[in-house]
Write a protein that binds this ligand. Structure first.
Ligand code: TMP
Length: 271
């Protein structure tokens, strides 16, 4: 692709200037990080899988009227998105005790929570993304009380939908992290789901075996990271079953999913 302006580089993605004002290109890298990037590795093919899995989930959420930044997938690693102002919060929804919640409250991993719980973390790498309360969020102006209400409603709708989606393919959705952005449309501001939803930011356990099919395989040195992501993609129906030579990497089926925004040809090239 021709030279594009890089707007932002994160741990697992790069954002480039889009073909039209108000759009960006989100590029999925193969980098895997944990513990605020203290641990790092390249998992060849992860970016391709996350691009496809996230496209699938955002498209499905769009179909049930969850507003998102997603416009269309462009190629194996990139998608066209709407430019938003990211709300500096990581919004975690938990159904089952695991990870930092288990550690913090001494809960056995895998125990069902009395109800779904939402937590907020302030997005600030220098501070290791500390957990914050609604008091902090409103006092420091990271989001308004109305925005917090809307974020919580959206997060719970997303959770309800994802729990069902994953249950249908034999996966228990333990918890996940999402991010939201403000979309400026003329003089209107809307909150939309942004970033990505993939095994990088969810805990996904196989219902039968309890096997972890997510980034905990990397965080906890369990091995088989790519295979787990491939399994999620396969069950979602976004990975071809065709056997390929070893080392050939994953193959993705062509997208035939509808888009939840106007079709914007990039540089006049067909999708
Ligand atoms: P935690 O149990 O480590 O707090 O993680 C909760 C969920 O959030 C889990 O699904 C993993 C996800 N997550 C991220 O996506 N990014 C992060 O930086 C962290 C710490 C967690």
């Amino acid at each position: 692709m021709n030279k594009r302006r890089r707007i932002y580089e994160g741990k697992a993605k790069v954002l480039y200037e889009g073909p039209e004002p108000g759009t960006l290109i989100q590029h999925f890298k193969d980098d895997a990080t944990a513990f605020n990037a203290k641990k790092h590795a390249l998992i060849e093919g992860k970016g391709v899988l996350n691009n496809r899995i996230s496209e699938y989930i955002f498209t499905k959420l769009g179909e049930i009227s969850v507003p998102t930044h997603f416009i269309k997938r462009l190629n194996m690693r990139e998608q066209l998105i709407r430019e938003v102002e990211i709300v500096p919060l990581e919004v975690v929804v938990r159904n089952v005790a695991a990870g930092s919640l288990s550690t913090r409250l001494g809960l056995e991993e895998g125990s069902q929570l009395p109800r779904s719980i939402i937590e907020f973390y302030y997005k600030k790498d220098e501070l290791n993304d500390p957990m914050v309360s609604e008091e902090h969020i409103t006092a420091f102006g990271w989001a308004t009380p109305q925005e917090i209400d809307e974020i919580m409603q959206l997060a719970l709708r997303i959770n309800d939908f994802l729990v069902g989606l994953f249950l249908g393919i034999g996966i228990r959705l333990i918890d996940f992290k999402v991010e939201f952005g403000r979309l400026y449309d003329n003089d209107q501001v809307r909150l939309v789901l942004a970033d990505e939803i993939s095994p990088d930011c969810c805990r996904l356990w196989d219902i039968q075996s309890g096997d972890k099919l997510d980034k905990d395989r990397f965080r906890r040195d369990l091995g088989g990271v790519l295979e787990a992501y491939q399994e999620v993609a396969r069950r979602l129906g976004v990975l071809t079953e065709t056997p390929r030579p070893r080392g050939a990497g994953p193959v993705l089926v062509a997208s035939n999913t509808p888009i939840n925004g106007p079709v914007t040809p990039v540089n006049g090239k067909p999708n």
